[in-house]
Each structure stands twice: as structure tokens, then as C-alpha cells.
Design a protein around this ligand. Structure first.
Ligand SMILES: N=[N+]=NCCCCNC(=O)[C@@H]1[C@H]2[C@H](O)[C@@H](O)[C@H](O)[C@@H](CO)[C@@H]12
Length: 441
């Protein structure tokens, strides 16, 4: 079990678990439109074992059982995402009544169980019809997304505890348009530069539209990693700093200082959209809270072979999870205190933290991972970071993007042949922390 006690976090601290629509819902029916992850995963070679989100955890049909798992675990909140293609199948225009009905029932189900709905408007499942129109590379996405955000707010806003516009803009931009690892799979510096701006412009445009509707408790969720040099050489130290710029400072500086970091702009060079500086007041719109996703650290060395972003990742020596990421709890304390000291005094939520582990329901390594990272949250709070909550990633084993179903992050095991859910030891650790009892269902 954990070494911490619920009281260590203060009575107002929120514990939750997180998921995302494409990773768990399945339910490619009832008017849901196609998403870029449907097309990306249907393309051979993009996802391990050719896995897709067609069925996933069948959450579209099994959501009452999954909400029961959250309630029985003693969680205060559930971080979930709306599937844009389920609500507006073509991305713009007519809403899908069956999509609205699904989220109506899901959110009411949370409220009936005393679970606070922490919503994310976009967790990567862009409607394919919008990709046909350029997707994130088209500046018009800011208006398309703002209209979608206003629809969600009009239908569900009065029941949501908190709303994040976008999950992990770095993944939407760099992982998906520079590295090509996620949908839509571009490897194009010009696309990456434009999307790195458009994703934050879209966020800010939606915030303004939601404010005009009177929406409250608005934020964004960004992912951070502790970017470190692979050696003490000046070149490697510069490489570590540049990656910190790419992964962390682009978003922190953009959102909270209204400007992009010069070292990263220098790498993007002439590929930035014209007059992007005119947008920075919108990009840095005031927020009510800020979400931090943290998993690991990364080591970087100078790579002179590359004309832009001259760096390469180096494997580190620390214990690794089943997805190959080093276990580095200190990085969570560091990023929380860095954000609080250098960027914002907004309420902070750890909106994702967790680890991939080999299949099984006894997961002592995951218990130790969570225990160590919860300790980092306490340490950051003691250093003045206003951390208000923590969400484990993930409630369920689920579709892990390009890794398919091979990588399991769940507190609850999913047998994809039978869809049977089985709480793991790590679920029991949270249940004991949160309820004091280890009451098996
Ligand atoms: N260089 N490099 N670095 C690799 C950085 C990976 C960043 N990926 C995440 O943070 C994703 C986040 C996502 O929200 C969720 O949908 C995913 O399931 C989890 C687990 O993967 C995490």
C-alpha cells in the first residue's frame, strides 16, 4: 500500500483517475463520425499489432460499471474527454443527438455517484472531415474548435467541475507533425511550427468564446518531462536545454508570458505562420487552473548531423517502466515548483501520472511508482506549489496510441476478449488511501 495518508494532502485535495475518449470508448456507431485516429490506426505500420480503437474498452456501453469502479475506489473526480466526432460528426455543423445523449447520461452518472466531472474538450480524436480541410495546419481550426467548445458548454457546462480545452498541445503539434508518431503522422518542420502555434491559438480562442458564454473553471493540460543533458559537455547541456524549450518552455512561455522561447523559434526559423505575434494576447488568455501531465525524464545529446533541432535522445540508466520511460519522481516535484515559482500561481492539478506495466493484476512496481510521485506532490506543496488535485493515469488498461493495447497503464486490468474489469493491487492501494478500507467489490 502507500506510505502516505489521505490527511497528508488536506481535506480539499481531489483524487481522481483519468481516461480519454478514443482510448476507452469504442462505440463507433450511433452517428459518431470518423476521427484521425481511426484513419491513422487503420493504416498498416502506424500502430503496434495493427490495433485500433474500434472496440477499445467498450466504455460506450460499459460506462456504468466503470463509474462504479471510480466510486468504489473512493475517488473524488473523473477526468474524461469528449469525442469531438461523436458530438459533431463532421467537426462543424450539425450536432449528433445520440452523442449528446451519451455524454448527458455519462455526466449524470458521475454526479449520481458523487464524482466531479473534470472534462477535456480535445484528447486527440480530431474529426477526419476537419483533417480533410487541413486539420491543425489550418488556422481556421481555432474557429471550428471554439464553436465545438461553445456547444459542449451549452449542453454540459453547468454540470462540469472543470474544463480543459486541449490535452497535451506538444503531442498535438510536435509528436504528431514533427515526429510523425501520432495522428495525422506528419514529419514536417513547417507543419510542426504552424501547429505548435495554431494549437495554442485554438486554445486561447476557445477560452475567449467560453468566457463570453459565462463558462467557469477553465484550463488547459500540458505534458512535461525533466529534460536533462546526457553528459556535462557544453553541447549536451545545450541539447538538454533546447529540449526543455521544445517540450516545456514553448507552452509555459506561450501560455503564461505571451511569447515563445527564442531558442525554439530559432530552430523553427522561417516556418512560423505570418504575424503569429499578433495572436499572443489570445494565446495567453487568463485561466482558472493549469493541468500538468508528468511521467518521466529524458536525456539529450548534441547531434551535429541535424540541421534543425540538433539533438538526439540517449537512453538513461534508471529503472524503466514497460514502455521504456525512466522512473524519476523528482521530476514531478521539480516541474510543479518551477511552474509555481516562475510562471503562475494558479491552482495546479496533476492531471496525469502513472506507468505502463506488464500484464497482470498484481502490480507492486506501479504501487511504488504512485507512492513516490504522490510524495513529490507533497514535497511541491510544502515548497509552495498550489497543487489542488492528482489524477492517476489511467483508470483502465486502454488503447495506448501507437503502442496499441500492448502497453497497460490501468489501475484496473481489462481482458479485451471478455471486457472483464479486474482491479489491480494499485487500485487497492488508492482504495485504501481514499476509503481506509480495502473492500473488494
Ligand atoms: N520524447 N518524448 N517523449 C515521450 C512523451 C510522451 C508523452 N505522452 C504522454 O504524455 C501521454 C499522455 C496522454 O495524455 C495519454 O493519452 C497517454 O495514454 C499517456 C501514456 O502515454 C500519456
Amino acid at each position: 500500500m502507500f506510505t502516505h495518508k489521505r490527511a497528508d494532502f488536506g481535506q480539499d485535495f481531489i483524487f481522481g483517475a483519468a481516461t480519454a475518449s478514443y482510448q476507452i470508448e469504442g462505440g463507433q456507431t450511433d452517428g459518431r463520425g470518423s476521427s484521425i485516429w481511426d484513419t491513422f490506426s487503420a493504416t498498416p505500420g502506424n500502430v503496434r499489432d495493427g490495433d485500433t480503437g474500434r472496440v477499445a474498452c467498450d466504455h460506450y456501453n460499459r460506462w456504468p460499471e466503470d463509474l462504479d469502479l471510480l466510486a468504489d475506489g473512493g475517488f473524488d473526480a473523473y477526468r474524461f474527454s469528449f469525442a469531438w466526432p461523436r458530438l459533431i460528426p463532421e467537426g462543424t455543423g450539425a450536432a449528433n443527438p445520440k452523442g449528446i445523449d451519451f455524454y448527458d447520461r455519462l455526466i449524470d452518472g458521475m454526479l449520481e455517484r458523487g464524482l466531479k466531472p473534470f472534462a477535456t474538450l480535445y484528447h486527440w480524436d480530431l474529426p477526419s472531415a476537419l483533417q480533410d480541410r487541413g486539420g491543425w495546419m489550418n488556422r481556421d481550426i481555432a474557429a471550428w474548435f471554439a464553436d465545438y467548445a461553445v456547444l459542449v458548454n451549452s449542453r454540459f457546462g453547468d454540470r462540469l467541475a472543470a474544463t480543459a480545452t486541449i490535452n497535451e498541445p506538444w503531442c498535438v503539434a510536435y509528436l504528431s507533425h514533427m515526429l510523425g508518431i501520432h495522428a495525422p503522422g506528419y514529419r514536417d518542420i513547417r507543419a510542426a511550427a504552424r501547429v505548435s502555434h495554431n494549437v495554442l491559438l485554438t486554445h486561447g480562442t476557445a477560452i475567449a468564446a467560453l468566457r463570453a458564454e459565462g463558462a467557469k473553471n477553465l484550463g488547459i493540460v500540458c505534458n512535461f518531462e525533466s529534460a536533462q543533458p546526457a553528459s556535462d559537455s557544453p553541447e549536451d547541456r545545450e541539447a538538454g536545454r533546447l529540449w526543455d524549450g521544445v517540450f516545456n518552455r514553448w507552452y509555459l512561455d506561450g501560455l503564461f508570458k505571451g511569447r515563445y522561447p527564442d531558442d525554439v523559434l530559432a530552430q523553427f526559423g522561417p516556418h512560423m505562420p505570418q504575424a503569429y505575434t499578433d495572436d499572443m494576447a489570445v494565446v495567453s488568455a487568463p485561466l482558472d487552473w493549469f493541468g500538468i501531465n508528468y511521467y518521466s525524464r529524458s536525456l539529450w545529446a548534441h547531434d551535429p548531423r541535424r540541421s534543425a533541432f540538433p539533438l538526439r535522445q540517449v537512453e538513461g540508466p534508471l529503472e524503466k517502466t514497460a514502455i521504456g520511460w525512466e522512473i524519476y519522481p523528482q521530476g514531478l516535484e521539480d516541474i510543479l515548483t518551477r511552474i509555481s515559482d516562475d510562471y503562475t500561481k494558479l491552482p495546479l492539478y496533476v492531471t496525469e501520472n502513472g506507468m505502463a506495466e506488464v500484464e497482470g493484476t498484481d502490480d507492486p512496481r506501479r504501487v511504488a511508482y504512485y507512492d513516490a510521485h504522490l510524495g513529490s506532490v507533497l514535497a511541491a506543496r510544502q515548497r509552495g506549489a498550489d497543487v489542488r488535485g492528482y489524477f492517476g493515469w489511467s483508470l483502465l488498461d486502454n488503447f495506448e496510441w501507437a503502442e496499441g493495447y500492448d502497453k497497460r497503464f490501468g489501475l484496473v486490468h481489462v481482458d479485451y476478449q471478455t471486457q472483464k474489469r479486474t482491479p489491480k493491487t494499485s487500485y487497492r492501494a488508492f482504495q485504501t488511501l481514499l476509503t481506509g478500507a480495502n473492500n473488494p467489490r
